[in-house]
Design a protein around this ligand. Structure first.
Ligand code: CTP
Ligand code: CA
Length: 226
C-alpha cells in the first residue's frame, strides 16, 4: 500500500457524524439540554475511521472521550452545530446521530436571572434549525448517503416512517428511548433500520460500539466500492 493511504471499506470516503446533545443557554449559568451521552454517534465515527474514512465528528457537550482517528469539532448549541456541519461539507456520507435541542430560549439573558422573591420567570422558546433536513435538502453538496436517527418513546415505527419522509434522508435509524429501555445515556441499543423503499430491519440489542461497526459496514455497502 501507498505510504499514508488508508485501507478498509470506507477508504477514500469523507464522513460527517453529529453526536451528543446540544446546550441551549438560558443565562450565563443555565441551559436546556437532554440525556444524550453521545455514545452511539461517537461509536459510528470511530468505526468509520477504523474502516479507513476521513471522519469529522461534530459533537455537542459530552463526558466521553474523543474517538480515535477522528477530527472532532466541539459545539454547544444547535446553531453552532449547523454551522460546523456546513463547514465540514462536502462529504460522501453524513450521519446525524446528535440529539439536537428542538427549541432554544428566545433570548439569552446577559446576566444571571435572580429569584428576587417574585414569580418564576417565563421561559419563551423558539425552534432551532433542523440540521438533518437542511443537509438532506441541499441542491449542491448533498452527501450521497444521508442517515437520520429517530428517538421515539411511543409508536416508534409509525413515527419513524413519517420522519424519514419528512426529513428527506436516505436511511433512518430508529430507536425506542422510553426510560424503561435505558437507551438514552446507556451502553446498549436496539435499532430499527428503515429504508426509503419501505425496507425495515430490527436488529438485536447490542453494545453501541457493535451497532456502530455494523452500521458502518452497511453504509459502506450502500456507497459501493471506491
Ligand atoms: N435533527 C437535526 N436538527 C434538529 C432536530 C433533529 O439534525 N434541529 C436530526 C437528529 O439528529 C436526528 C433526526 O433529526 O437524526 C430526528 O431527530 P428527532 O429528534 O427524532 O426528530 P424531530 O424532527 O426533532 O422530531 P421530534 O423530536 O418532534 O420527534
Ligand atoms: Ca427532536
Amino acid at each position: 500500500a501507498m505510504l499514508g493511504a488508508r485501507s478498509g471499506a470506507l477508504a477514500g470516503r469523507r464522513v460527517l457524524v453529529t453526536s451528543g446533545p446540544t446546550h441551549e443557554p438560558i443565562d450565563p449559568v443555565r441551559y436546556l439540554a437532554n440525556r444524550s451521552s453521545g455514545r452511539q454517534g461517537h461509536a459510528i465515527a470511530e468505526a468509520a475511521a477504523a474502516a479507513g474514512a476521513d471522519v469529522t465528528l461534530v459533537s455537542g457537550p459530552v463526558a466521553i472521550p474523543d474517538p480515535a482517528g477522528v477530527r472532532v469539532v466541539r459545539v454547544e448549541t444547535a446553531r453552532e452545530m449547523l454551522a460546523a456541519v456546513q463547514n465540514a461539507l462536502p462529504a460522501d456520507l453524513a450521519v446525524f446521530a446528535a440529539a439536537v435541542g428542538d427549541w432554544r430560549p428566545a433570548a439569552e439573558r446577559a446576566g444571571k436571572i435572580k429569584k428576587d422573591g417574585s414569580a418564576p420567570p417565563p421561559l419563551a422558546l423558539v425552534e432551532n434549525p433542523d440540521i438533518l433536513a437542511t443537509v438532506s435538502g441541499l441542491a449542491e453538496n448533498r452527501p450521497r448517503l444521508v442517515v437520520g436517527f429517530a428517538a421515539e418513546t411511543d409508536r416508534v415505527l409509525e413515527h419513524a416512517r413519517a420522519k424519514l419522509a419528512r426529513k428527506g434522508c436516505d436511511l433512518l435509524v430508529a430507536n425506542d428511548v422510553s426510560p424503561a429501555g435505558g437507551v438514552m445515556g446507556g451502553e446498549r441499543n436496539t435499532i430499527h433500520l428503515l429504508g426509503r423503499d419501505g425496507a425495515l430491519e430490527t436488529w438485536p440489542t447490542l453494545p453501541k460500539d457493535e451497532v456502530g461497526r455494523r452500521l458502518v459496514e452497511r453504509f459502506a455497502a450502500l456507497l459501493g466500492g471506491t
